[in-house]
Design a protein around this ligand. Structure first.
Ligand code: 6GU
Length: 362
């Protein structure tokens, strides 16, 4: 993959390209970045790249000749035509999807603007597309060009290790990342969520997926409203609404865990065993669905009270009580819990309460 960067500040790129994974990728030959100084393509003693706008107004406009000559010199240098991208706050907003497309191209020319903009005729004649990196204004296209280079480079085969490439996959299904923890187990009074220390891989994955969904709903509800989300989620995680038994053998742990069930028009994300993955989605319709599945005649005040106690414990600790602590935590005798929920405290009570499967549940 080759990047040609057209800029009046090639020096800005020096340390960016000299450090970190990007430097390694350049050394490996995974990608090449050619820095082209637009002033080398001027013909006046002052090496002028800008001029006053026709029609008047503030600021300066980049002259078309140096830009065109610089691009043409690159064409001569390599034969291979590049996709020419002009970086401007007036362009289409860059997305991960766009980056995946760019990562398939052999050669990209990134044109960095400064001043008020470019002569339109250069854009009309030589630029394939205009990209912005977000709704704010920078002084020039150099930092956006670095953004494009870094974001494309990490998608190239061989750039990242195995573990990191999985992270990109978890992004591409359209949810935000779950929180991360490392040692120490307690930092300034805050403990690592117990489930992460448990060694239960399936429960850890279920917990993380639940956190991803909760965070996405909190911080970026717009991501959940995108029409593409469903298709992406289906592609990566499975088909919403499919009966659990129909689910294909999963390739990846996450795929195994993100299933959905539908009841009375509501869709719920669930784990392999039908436990709700996001306790905040719990509602009376969920309770009714489990009541029907569990063949329970009627939801009594005792059912409600037990669920309330379980949910309060979950809210406080981030986990439902362990089965062996169930009596102590809820004050309900185990025998009575079995009378209320014939499947028991885990697959019956915690499931109906919209909580994860508790430790100690078969
Ligand atoms: Cl691509 N250029 C400039 N100058 N400002 C921006 C941008 C690009 N994207 C967001 N802000």
């Amino acid at each position: 993959m080759i990047f040609d960067v057209l800029t009046i500040f090639p020096g800005l790129f020096a340390s960016f390209l000299a450090e970190s994974l990007l430097a390694k990728a350049l050394a490996k030959g995974l990608l090449t970045v050619n820095l082209i100084d637009l002033r080398d393509f001027t013909s006046d003693p002052h090496r002028t790249v800008d001029d006053r706008p026709y029609g008047g107004g503030p600021g300066m406009v980049m002259k078309p000749e140096p830009l065109a000559l610089a691009l043409e010199s690159r064409l001569k240098a390599s034969q291979e035509p590049a996709r020419v991208i002009y970086l401007t706050p007036a362009g289409h907003t860059l997305t991960q999807k766009k980056l995946r497309q760019l990562a398939t191209l052999p050669k990209i020319a990134l044109v960095c603007g400064r001043y008020e903009g470019m002569d339109q005729r250069f854009l009309d004649l030589m630029v394939d597309e205009e990209l912005s990196i977000g709704d704010y204004v920078l002084n020039g296209g150099e930092v956006p060009a670095m953004v494009v280079i870094e974001a494309v480079a990490r998608l190239l085969p061989g750039f990242l290790g195995q573990g990191e490439s999985l992270i990109e996959e978890s992004h591409s299904h359209g949810l935000l990342e779950h929180p991360h923890y490392t040692r120490p187990p307690v930092f300034r009074g805050l403990a690592v969520p117990q489930i992460l220390l448990s060694g239960h891989h399936a429960q850890v994955a279920a917990y993380r997926l639940g956190e991803s969904m909760a965070k996405t709903r909190r911080v970026r509800p717009d991501l959940l409203a995108r029409p593409e989300l469903e298709a992406e989620t289906v592609a990566v995680l499975g088909r919403p609404g499919a009966p659990l038994a129909d689910h294909k053998a999963p390739q990846k742990e996450l795929r195994a865990l993100m299933k959905t069930v539908e009841f009375n028009g509501s869709t719920y994300p669930v784990d392999d065993e039908g436990f709700l993955l996001d306790a905040e989605l719990w509602d009376p319709n969920w309770v009714e669905m489990i009541r029907v599945n569990e063949d329970i005649d009627e939801i009594t005040d005792d059912h409600q009270e037990l669920m309330r106690l379980l949910r309060a414990h979950h809210q406080e600790r981030g986990l439902p009580p362990r089965v062996r602590d169930m009596t102590m935590v809820t004050g309900f005798k185990l025998k009575f819990i079995y009378e209320l929920f014939p499947s028991g405290p885990g697959k019956g009570a915690c499931k109906m309460a919209g909580l994860p499967k508790p430790e100690g549940c078969a």
